[in-house]
Design a protein around this ligand. Structure first.
Ligand code: NAD
Length: 322
């Protein structure tokens, strides 16, 4: 399947969360295609630094606003958008504990508001969902047809259930209001512009290794994740944007590794002498994670290209330079 590019020069796209890790890379890729990108971000977990290089670009507009509130009446937000990409949401384990209500609001109120706007504009709506929609999966690897195993009141539930609500809202607007929609279920992604202190494994391990501190691996370290370098994810998201697929479609890589293997790779790439320290496991931490990429391949022609050695080396170089 080859998906032809649908969005490029002359198009205007509203991107929420565009000052975050994934959003800022997405903004770069859209601008490189000739799109005018309007980012709305309140910087709760993102940073102006992530988009500072775009500041003077004629096709980039940054609006500081909370997308759970009505969008401000600014010229930049008036006029029709060709697509709306909803990527605003805190996404790290420390956020689940510290800002649970903000996560619930951006995954519910903001999604509804933005879907209304997409219907009014006749815009394609792309929603950033997550592998967390599968919870602690009982099926492995996870195909999109698996409904998941989520604790609805656990510490992670504000994120998992908000994303599941967003998916339901997207499908509801698709079926009930004719919205043109696409849902991408993103698996663990890493790369430049992650926050070193956000509690996710890769930035934590890299920061610890560069400082020569113990690498804190949760539990026995045998739990697995399949890690995806951000440029691969962005390519997959753009394929979904250009397609007419509704999804949900998994996006990530099939390269599954244990947390111990990940920690060891990072220590080696950092040239560090850090040792691994096992610490207690967080509640509802999924045991295994690997996407079934059949749909992404067949419907979008998606194939990840950057292996963990190369992606982790680039990420280490970024953190070292900071
Ligand atoms: P991030 O925290 O770096 O980016 C999120 C951005 O959203 C930040 O810039 C933040 O300030 C902004 N934001 C949050 N709430 C907002 C609000 N109410 N109004 C305006 N802006 C708001 O996280 P990320 O890793 O880049 O994640 C981006 C999206 O991708 C999220 O929706 C996340 O759920 C999804 N996702 C990411 C991963 C991953 O591995 N990085 C995995 C699955 C899903």
């Amino acid at each position: 399947m080859v998906v032809a590019q649908r969005y490029g020069e002359g198009h205007r796209i509203l991107l929420t969360g565009g000052a975050g890790f994934v959003g800022s890379h997405l903004a770069d890729a859209l601008i490189a295609r000739g799109v005018h990108v309007v980012v709305v971000d309140n910087f709760i977990t993102g940073s102006k630094d992530n988009v500072a290089h775009l500041h003077d670009h004629p096709r980039f507009t940054l609006v500081e606003a909370d997308v759970t509130e009505p969008l401000p009446a600014l010229d930049a937000l008036a006029g029709r958008f060709d697509a709306i990409m909803h990527f605003a949401s805190p996404a790290s384990p420390t956020d689940f504990e510290q800002i649970p209500v903000e996560i619930l609001r951006v995954g519910s109120l903001a999604t509804l508001q933005l879907l209304e706007r997409a219907v009014a504009d006749g815009a394609r709506f792309i929603m950033a969902s997550t592998s967390e929609a599968y919870g602690d999966p009982l099926v492995h690897p996870q195909p999109e047809s698996y409904w998941g195993n989520v604790n609805p009141i656990g510490i992670r539930s504000v994120y998992d259930e908000a994303k599941r609500f967003s998916e339901a809202a997207v499908m509801g607007y698709h079926r009930g209001r004719g919205a043109d929609v696409g849902i991408v279920r993103i698996f663990n992604t890493y790369g430049e512009r992650m926050r070193p202190d956000d509690g996710r494994a890769i930035p934590t391990f890299v920061s610890q290794a560069l400082r020569g501190e113990a690498i804190t691996v949760h539990g026995t370290g045998t739990q697995t994740r399949s890690i995806c370098y951000v440029s691969d994810l962005v390519r997959g998201i753009l394929l979904l944007l250009d397609s007419t697929e509704t999804g949900p479609i998994n996006c990530g890589t099939e390269h599954e590794m244990t947390m111990l293997e990940l920690a060891e790779s990072i220590v080696r790439l950092c040239g560090s002498s850090s040792r691994v320290a096992l610490v207690s496991r967080t509640a509802d931490d999924p045991e295994r994670r690997r996407p079934d990429l059949t749909k992404a391949r067949e419907l979008l022609g998606f194939e990840p290209m950057i292996g963990p050695e190369e992606g982790l080396a680039r990420t280490v170089a970024y953190f070292r330079s900071r």
